[in-house]
Design a protein around this ligand. Structure first.
Ligand code: 13P
Length: 247
C-alpha cells in the first residue's frame, strides 16, 4: 500500500518571518494527517523553517539539489548542506527549472542519483507542455523524461514522481480527474517497463498543477494518484485542507 504524500512547493515566495508564521498556523491543522506532509522551501529559508516545524509532522524539503559534493557551482546547494538541516526531500526538474534555468533530463538524472546516494528522497517532476498535449505527444515526452531522468536508478521505490502538466501550473486550469489519472497510470506503466511492474506499484506519484482545497478530493480519489505537489495553495491555510483531503 502506498502512503499518500502531500507536499508544498513554495517556489520563490515567503520570508523567514512569514514562513514561520504560516507553519505555526498550519501545524495544529495537519497534526492528524493520514498522509506524509512536507513543505519544500527556498534554500535560504531551510534553517528557519526546520526550526519552525520542529516537533510537528511537517517535513521541510528543498526545491533543488546539486549533483557535485562541493566545488565551483555558484548559486547551487549540495546534499551535505541540506543534510545538515535534516532535509529529507528535494524537488528535482521542476518545469520552471527546465523552462527558465536550462535544466535538462540529463541534469535531472545527475541530481536524482545524488539525492538518492545521500538518503534524500527526490521528487522528480515530469510533465508535458500544452502544445505537446495538443499534438498528442504527451506519452512520448514522458517516456523521454523518465528514461533519461531515472537512468541508473537502482530502487525506483525510493523516488517520488510529480506529474505536473505545464499548462496546469499556476493557471487555475487543473487537469480533470480523468486526465490526471490516465496520465499517471501511464507513468506507472512506463515505470513498470523501465524497472519492474511490482516496483512501479510501490512508487508514490503526485499530481501537481492548480491543485487546491476544492479539487483535491476528486484527484486524490483516483487509484493511481498518491498525492499532490502544491504551489500557490501551499502559501496559505488551504494547504491544511488539502492535507486533510480524506477527512
Ligand atoms: P500551482 O499549484 O501554483 O499550480 O503550482 C504547481 C506546482 O508547480 C508545484 O510544483
Amino acid at each position: 500500500m502506498r502512503k499518500a504524500f502531500i507536499a508544498g512547493n513554495w517556489k520563490m515566495n515567503m520570508t523567514a518571518a512569514s514562513g514561520a508564521a504560516l507553519i505555526k498556523e498550519l501545524a495544529p491543522l495537519v497534526a492528524d494527517a493520514s498522509c506524509d506532509v512536507a513543505l519544500c522551501v527556498p534554500a535560504i529559508l531551510i534553517p528557519a523553517m526546520t526550526e519552525a516545524a520542529k516537533g510537528t509532522n511537517i517535513k521541510i524539503g528543498a526545491e533543488n539539489i546539486h549533483w557535485a559534493a562541493s566545488g565551483a557551482y555558484t548559486g547551487e546547494i549540495s546534499a551535505e548542506m541540506l543534510k545538515e538541516y535534516g532535509v529529507e526531500y528535494a524537488i528535482i526538474g521542476h518545469s520552471e527549472r527546465r523552462q527558465y534555468f536550462g535544466e535538462t533530463d540529463e541534469t535531472v538524472n545527475k541530481r536524482t542519483l545524488t539525492a538518492l546516494a545521500n538518503g534524500i528522497t527526490p521528487i522528480v517532476c515530469v510533465g508535458e507542455l500544452l502544445e505537446e498535449r495538443e499534438a498528442g505527444v504527451t506519452e512520448k515526452v514522458l517516456d523521454k523524461q523518465l528514461e533519461i531522468g531515472l537512468k541508473d536508478v537502482e530502487d525506483v521505490s525510493k523516488i517520488v514522481i510529480a506529474y505536473e502538466p505545464v499548462w496546469a501550473i499556476g493557471t487555475g486550469k487543473t487537469a480533470t480527474d480523468e486526465q490526471a489519472q490516465e496520465t499517471i497510470a501511464y507513468i506507472r506503466k512506463k515505470l513498470g517497463e523501465l524497472f519492474c511492474p511490482k516496483c512501479a506499484e510501490k512508487v508514490v506519484i503526485q499530481y501537481g498543477g492548480s491543485m487546491n482545497a476544492k479539487n483535491c478530493k476528486g484527484l486524490m480519489a483516483q487509484p493511481d494518484i498518491d498525492g499532490g505537489l502544491i504551489g500557490g495553495a501551499s502559501l496559505k491555510l488551504d494547504f491544511a485542507t488539502i492535507v486533510n483531503y480524506d477527512k
